[in-house]
Design a protein around this ligand. Structure first.
Ligand SMILES: [Zn+2]
Length: 630
């Protein structure tokens, strides 16, 4: 064991041929050596551990060799065998950065080599030299003695003065491609006769970020850790990453809606003492890569082997981009929450359930199709001159919240069944609320209804006015509706109510804005008592108006706040408090500040679908106006 030599040293290339992953550079240098066109100064730039110093030493040895007949040193002449030669001078720029050192260097370059034609100076981390030292070096570079070759190496070429850069032949070393790194490690393991699990290599390769030296030293440690073998889980444990197979199984389960297996993967990771933060980060990374490869299938990702790339493409095949985005969003939120939560595992499990119970895209399309059909039927009914009452109640029933009735009745059954219940609060509250709340939040108060607008609300204003004055069927309405119509042109919906504002509770229900503000104060107090986190979210929320039993809440916060508000439990708690304290409110709807005046979120059909599935909008895509198909 005492003869054990670390792999990075043992496998340091002895020939240009053996340098891995820097082919263009080694080829150019070998050509120069073969033709004898040697520059006086070279700059080797690139990240650490990718072969700059090794290549510099190989070049130096080749230049010193006395019997060289090819680009490679002969290996047997006096110069090649003299390991203590004074003709190769290595200087660490980091510890010899001052002008004195460079002055000494300038003195010494004058002396001829002890044997052979060349004296080679290798200055590592040359960018660390002081300005004065660079100036001194520049003088030598401007008029170099013919027997001197400089090889400057740096990880940061931007810190080197342009005057110096213009006098060197520059080579940029690239981080090693992951597949090259992986196959190199594999070759080393095979030749060293070390048993290994191929699944252990990708995390090692990733951790090495393109550096063969780092990869080999990680390999050394992993083998020692694994008692002479390289195992996937010991390597993962060593690197502080999770077992790749475990993360992969988790990602596959998420994508496949498999709540059980996904939770089991979390459980296994927790029981085996894996760091759940690392686990979720690895899952995020896996899905991120699947997302990128799905969005741009031909992308060649630098840190992936082709095998990994194909696995990730397969992972993404089964789902839409929107779904991957949804899952990623759930995991990113959880990652954030896990950092603050005393129960990180629960946060991870919540995200797991959320991601595996995401809305099925087809189901949502199906709902939207049915909403469109109902709309079309409505439009037909409205113009057919039927009863004035149906339009509003029908729309009401589509909007009905699961808080009130988990099964929203079909458009056909709904109207008559709930017409009377639905109208009372509507008639009671809409009239005064409209007048009083307007100044405060006019746009948002009526937004969800009016911007419902495009396909759905449009027929209403269009059909109502002619009906109002003209048609006899509406005769009870004008009496109530007349004053309203003059106050608020957007009111035709309310005018459809035969009973309108003749209910006295109306006055109590709405009142001036301060009443709503006061009621909202009570709501937030109750919520705060029951669930402080939700209470905190409500600080970002203001009530914008109450109309037809629907309290519109405007959210000034971000996606995080919206997500909290959309959680079923939170919806229940808030819904209860709203019904208890806001007179006349049967349910609430949430509008984001700024989008309140329209947008797809405000479409009643979308709101109905979201309420029905307790879902949320992940993405909005255009579709042809006439087509039902997605
Ligand atoms: Zn030689």
């Amino acid at each position: 064991m005492n003869s054990y030599q670390v792999l990075a040293r043992k496998w340091r290339p002895q020939t240009f041929e053996a340098v891995v992953g820097q082919d263009p550079i080694t080829r150019t240098l070998r050509n120069a050596l073969a033709s004898g066109r040697i520059a006086h100064a070279y700059l080797f730039a690139g990240p650490r551990g990718i072969g700059k110093t090794t290549t510099a030493r190989l070049l130096a040895r080749a230049l010193l060799c006395l019997a060289r007949t090819s680009p490679e040193p002969c290996g047997s002449c006096d110069a090649c065998r003299d390991t203590a030669t004074t003709d190769v001078i290595e200087i660490d720029g980091a510890s010899n950065r001052g002008i004195e050192e460079i002055r000494t260097l300038r003195e010494n370059v004058k002396y001829l080599p002890t044997r052979g034609r060349y004296k080679v100076y290798i200055i590592d981390e040359v960018h660390q030299l002081t300005e004065a030292a660079f100036n001194a070096l520049l003088k030598t570079l401007e008029e170099p003695p013919p027997h001197v070759v400089f090889i400057l190496a740096t990880t940061d070429p931007r810190d080197i003065p342009a005057t110096v850069l213009s006098r060197v032949q520059r080579f940029d070393f690239r981080p090693m491609a992951p597949d090259v790194l992986a196959s190199t490690l594999e070759r080393v393991l095979v030749e060293e006769k070390i048993p290994f699990d191929p699944a252990a290599l990708p995390p090692l390769v990733r951790a090495a970020s393109g550096s063969l030296r780092d990869a080999l030293s990680l390999l050394d440690t992993a083998i020692a850790y694994g008692d002479g073998r390289l195992e996937a889980d010991t390597a993962a444990g060593l690197l502080g990453t999770t077992t790749p197979a475990e993360v992969k199984a988790y990602a596959v389960a998420l994508v496949a809606y498999d709540t059980g297996p996904a939770l089991e993967a979390v459980d296994r990771a927790a029981r085996e003492g894996e760091d759940l933060h690392a686990f979720i980060r690895d899952a995020i990374e896996t899905l991120r890569l699947a997302l990128v490869l799905k969005a741009a299938p031909t992308t060649r990702l630098a840190d992936l082997t082709p095998t990994e790339g194909n696995e990730l493409r397969t992972l993404g095949e089964a789902v839409s981009l929107d779904e991957i985005l949804y899952i990623l969003r759930a995991l990113l939120d959880a990652d954030q929450m896990m950092r603050e939560s005393p129960h990180p595992r629960v946060e991870l499990e919540i995200a797991t359930v959320r991601a595996t119970r995401r809305p099925v895209p087809h189901a949502l399309d199906e709902v939207l199709r049915r909403v469109d059909e109902a709309e079309a039927r409505l439009r037909g009914a409205g113009f057919a001159g039927g009863a004035a009452a149906p339009p509003a109640p029908v729309q009401q029933s589509i909007l009905d919240s699961p808080l009130e009735s988990p099964r929203a009745p079909g458009p056909a059954a709904g109207p008559t069944a709930r017409a009377s219940r639905a109208e009372r609060p509507r008639g009671a509250t809409s009239e005064p609320a409209r007048g009083s709340v307007m100044p405060q939040g006019a746009a948002s108060a009526s937004a969800p209804l009016r911007s419902a607008g495009e396909p759905m609300g449009a027929p209403m204003p269009a059909s109502a006015p002619p009906r109002g004055p003209g048609e006899p069927t509406l005769s009870p309405a004008p009496a109530n509706a007349a004053p309203r119509g003059t106050v608020e042109p957007g009111a035709p919906l309310a005018s459809a109510s035969p009973r309108g504002g003749d209910e006295s509770p109306g006055a109590a229900a709405s009142g001036p804005p301060s009443d709503l503000a006061e009621a909202w104060q009570r709501v937030t107090e109750e919520v705060n008592r029951k669930r402080a986190l939700l209470g905190a979210v409500l600080a970002q929320v203001r009530p914008a108006g109450l109309e037809r039993g629907i309290l519109t809440l405007v959210l000034a916060g971000n996606q995080f706040h919206r997500d909290r508000l959309l959680e079923p439990l939170n919806q229940d708690i808030l819904g209860q408090a709203v019904r208890r304290w806001v007179t006349g409110a049967e349910r609430f709807t949430i509008a984001m500040e700024g989008e309140a005046d329209g947008g797809p979120r405000a479409h009643p059909g979308v709101q109905a679908a979201m309420a029905e599935f307790r879902g949320e909008i992940v993405a909005v895509r255009a579709r042809s106006p006439e087509g039902d198909a997605p």
